[in-house]
Design a binder for this molecule. Sequence first.
Ligand code: FE2
Length: 187
Amino acid sequence: MIDKSRAIELLRKYLRDDKIVKHCIAVEAIMRVLARRLGRDEDKWGIVGLLHDIDYDVTNRDLSSHGLKAMEILRNELPEELLRVIACHNESTGIEPETEEGKEMCIALRAADQMSGLIVATALVMPSRKISEIKLSTLRRKFKSKDFARGVKRDRILGIEKLGIPLEEFMQLSLEAMRGVAEELGL
Ligand SMILES: [Fe+2]
């Protein structure tokens, strides 16, 4: 298992767009709190969050290879099961993890990926443009508003309930997680 500094090194090597690096940092933070909540290994879940979009530039945003390319890039860096989790976050790869923890991670990653997008979009419409200003009630309202941040897949976020975490709690945990890295995100 690689450590965080190696993961960051890989991100810098493969991702040119700083926006995606920030997105990866946000997803890492959410994956860590979810691991803690579920009694799983925080570092492992964090690394998966951090690296999940490493092939974003390489695949030129082509959904048919997103995730599969990441498996190739990370082949010598992560165990097979974690590669499967990363590929699984893009449903169209058809790749599924084999272990119970891997399946949990995949659901969490899909949810964290979308939740981070919802929180960033919400922060950007706050007067201060800061995550610290977002109240749980605001986030709940933005989640329900279909016209807001239309690209955010609400069903993936709701998937978290399969892990026994209610939506409200997931929102709260994610807000706290992203507040912890707000400076890095510039939000
Ligand atoms: Fe992502």
